[in-house]
Design a protein around this ligand. Structure first.
Ligand code: FUC
Length: 786
């Protein structure tokens, strides 16, 4: 290559052209760091295309990109011929005895029988991949390593995520030479894309490593294919990598792809498994054909095409909502340091809005139509034996993970969860029949990819047949926010009704004629009881939603009558001796308990049986309970408390909880009480990493700005002092409305409501209740000058 002489200005301009983000002001929607990650959980950065979640480290000598495909699971029917969704046959024969013992107050005896009969069955042993045996666990697929061989002595290193476009970036220099990497997950083409660029020809060594069984690997027609299987259940999977080079050459030997002298290397990666979300076998996906279809498209697609397609697809969802909390962003500080500065008292509202948008980024990256539902870690899992199997927990976690879906205008991203709920109905009916001899379906505390709907194998954490009705709230919400009647009729209502039937059969009369849930267990707290308040509130909620749904659809009069009678006979929320909301039928709450679950406040959030406007005494009791439980907790517990305080119209307390949720944490070991917070990569620390806190944090921020659960659209119902001026656009309210709000000095200046032409409703704004009707274009505008 000929050596040209450039003047300095030209060199700077060229660098600016090649590395625009180095030179441009960093945007408010960047996470960035000036070192590579050394730890997966706390530092690596997540990207994804809905199907696959990947974490990149940005290593200089070697890049590591760990990835997992949502359907890759161990356990299930193919790991054990006796696998039966955890069902203990005819366990219901013990139900009368347990109920009688509870009625007599003999809890220890009732617990003993419940532990032997009302627990699910799992088979464990060394043949299984993970601790929970044939229950299984979500699995990492493996890691891509790209060896670049640079020494760590580089300058201008930056690693980051631009969440406005969902692009991962790594940049550095060695002397005058510049190196950059761009990563993204393309959903429409089901492809993970990794580009390596350099100003000088560079060599790379690429290999795939997996903890799973290798069936074969080869490199043909420029495509590397790894065929593997999970050892305990034989679940097949395949990952394919194509390489697109501007120059240089490729040599393949023994599983390693060597690239010589290339300035521009693009890796395309797609992965599938043989899993299908279909009871009872959960297999049969023609995964090779699926991969081949993707690969065929690659032949005629360039990197730029894939990037353009990705940005258009992502922006269509992401750009629906913008949030400005009115402060100059501190973008010049690396995100890890910014988090610490924020914890030390620096005002940084823009970090809070970044955290909010990050949740939406994570949801778009991990949950798209026809992909697997997000699990405890979304789609990001680097283990074959992850904490709690990286499964689906119903006693708070999975619901919280999807709380922001409708609120933040990502209705489509809700679909994987709704599909997952549907898949649980058949096995859940079998479980309900055998354990309790009821109609309808249930799911308990933990559920997996293979229809495990039985209680967990320990009664004190695993007994929670209420999960199905709580899940079903999401079916109703999806309708409530979209007004899609066909969906309500064909998909949601039949499942909701089956959830309600379970409760119509399960509830029994107590000595005072109230319907109670017995036996019941308030999530992981207290003991077995004759009436955990959360059960009553959730049963009330599903019956109430079924009644509303049947009214919309104008069907099912007979069922609706029964549903109403049942709903109204359920033991209502009670206020106890120290003014608290009772967690159980008995007034036994411990005012010193700071237990992370605040289950009996379900009726306040996400339910709507308790509110400051309609039931002020109960709302006050909820406040007493929350004060007693304190402002700490696991990650998700802090996030839930944000939502509770927002529903109690205490924006400052809610904001305090947001600060507590953003407490910097580095600990990755399991801690169950007060160690929650946020890692340097802004993922939520339970600890360990759980996505629920990220999502519950985002929904809590919405609850501060907009609420609609009462049927009235309330603007700024819980605005904290710290957010005196700001603007939000594109949030969703029940009724299918889209809402923009602009405010100053804590008062709404302008608002816009978008919906169907001529649709009407009510808003509460600046303490006034106003009836509105949208115009023929489906718009209503509020101005404080009106
Ligand atoms: C529930 C919670 C735990 C944890 C686990 C995954 O059981 O009680 O804190 O989040 O789910």
């Amino acid at each position: 290559m000929s050596k040209l002489k450039f003047n300095n200005t030209l060199i700077v301009s060229l660098i600016l052209l090649m590395f625009p983000s180095c030179a441009q002001e960093k945007t408010t929607l960047d996470l960035w760091y000036n070192q590579p990650a050394t730890d997966w959980m706390t530092q690596a950065l997540p990207i994804g295309n809905g199907y696959v979640g990947a974490m990149f480290f940005g290593g200089i000598q070697e890049e590591q990109i760990q990835f997992s495909e949502g359907t890759l699971w161990s356990g299930g029917p193919d790991s054990n011929p006796d696998y039966n969704f955890g069902i203990r046959k005819e366990a219901h024969k013990s139900l009368p005895e347990v109920r009688a013992l509870l009625k007599e107050g003999k809890k220890a005896e009732a617990h003993k029988i419940a532990q032997s009969q009302f627990t699910g069955i799992i088979d464990t042993g060394e043949q299984y991949n993970a601790d929970f045996g044939d229950y299984g666990a979500q699995q990492t697929m493996g890691d891509l390593y790209i060896k670049v061989g640079h020494s760590v002595d580089v300058s201008n290193y930056k690693r980051g995520l631009d969440i406005s476009k969902a692009l991962g970036k790594v940049e550095y220099r060695i002397g005058k030479e510049t190196y950059s990497r761009t990563y993204f997950g393309n959903y429409p083409s089901n492809t993970m894309v990794y580009r390596f660029e350099s100003s000088v020809s560079t060599d790379y060594e690429i290999r795939f490593e997996t903890p799973h069984v290798m069936v074969s690997q080869n490199f043909e027609d420029g495509i590397y294919t790894f065929d593997g299987k999970v050892s305990d259940n034989g679940m097949p999977f395949e990952t394919k990598i194509s390489l697109k080079l501007s120059d240089g050459k490729i040599i393949y030997k023994d599983g390693v792809i060597y690239i010589k002298d290339a300035k521009n290397v693009v890796l395309l990666n797609t992965s599938t498994t043989g899993y299908t979300l279909n009871y009872p076998t959960y297999k049969g996906n023609d995964y090779k054909a699926a991969n081949n279809a993707v690969v065929q498209k690659w032949e005629s697609t360039t990197y730029e095409d894939l990037k353009k397609e990705h940005i258009a697809d992502y922006s269509n969802l992401f750009n629906r909502v913008s949030l400005n909390l009115g402060e100059r962003p501190k973008v010049d500080i690396p995100t890890n340091e910014r988090l610490i500065a924020y914890a030390n008292g620096s005002d940084d509202n823009a970090l809070e809005s970044l955290y909010f948008q990050y949740a939406r980024y994570l949801m778009i990256s991990a949950s798209r139509p026809n992909t697997m539902s997000m699990h405890l870690q979304g789609k990001w899992n680097h283990s074959t034996n992850p904490p709690w199997a990286a499964d689906y927990h119903s006693n708070i976690n999975l619901e919280m993970i999807y709380w922001p879906a409708e609120l933040t205008n990502l209705s489509e991203c809700h679909e994987p969860f709704l599909d997952y709920i549907e898949s649980l109905v058949e096995p859940g009916k079998l479980a309900a029949k055998e354990f309790f001899n009821t109609r309808g379906w249930m799911v308990n505390t933990m559920t997996n990819a293979f229809g495990y709907t039985s209680p967990g194998w320990g009664v004190d954490w695993g007994f929670f047949p209420t999960g199905a009705a709580w899940f079903s709230q999401h079916l109703w919400d999806h309708y409530d926010f979209t007004q899609d009647e066909t969906y309500l009729k064909e998909k949601a209502y039949p499942i909701m009704k089956e959830s309600a039937l379970f409760w119509i059969d399960y509830l029994t009369k107590d000595n005072h004629g109230n319907l109670v849930s017995t036996p019941s267990y308030s999530p992981e707290h207290g003991g077995i009881s004759e009436g955990a308040s959360m059960d009553h509130q959730i049963a009330w909620d599903i019956l109430n939603n079924c009644i509303k749904a049947a009214a919309v659809l104008e069907i099912d009069n007979e069922f609706t009558t029964t549903a109403k009678v049942t709903r109204d006979a359920i033991l209502p929320p009670k206020i106890g001796s120290w003014g608290q909301l009772q967690e159980w039928t008995e007034d036994v709450d411990d005012p010193k308990s700071d237990h992370r679950h605040v289950s009996h406040l379900f009726a306040l959030h996400p339910g709507n049986q308790i509110s400051t406007a309609q039931t002020p005494e109960l709302a006050e009791a909820a406040r007493v309970t929350l004060n007693a439980r304190g402002d700490s907790g696991t990650g998700w517990s802090r996030a839930w408390k944000m939502n509770f305080w927002a529903r109690l119209n205490d924006g400052n307390r809610s904001h305090k909880m947001l600060k507590n949720l953003l407490k910097p944490v580095a600990d990755t070991s399991i801690e169950m009480s007060t160690a929650g917070g946020t890692y340097a990569n802004l993922l939520c620390a339970h600890p360990p990493f759980q996505l629920d806190g990220n999502m519950g944090g985002a929904s809590g921020m919405v609850e501060m700005l907009l609420q609609s659960q009462s049927g009235i659209i309330e603007l700024l119902p819980s605005l904290p002092d710290a957010w005196a001026t700001g603007e939000v656009k594109g949030l969703k309210a029940r009724g299918g409305f889209e809402v923009d709000i602009q405010w100053e000095n804590a008062l709404v200046k302008e608002a816009k409501i978008i919906g169907m032409p001529n649709q009407s409703g009510e808003i509460k704004v600046n303490n006034n209740l106003i009836s509105f009707q949208l115009n023929a274009d489906g718009i209503y505008r509020y101005s404080d000058k009106q």
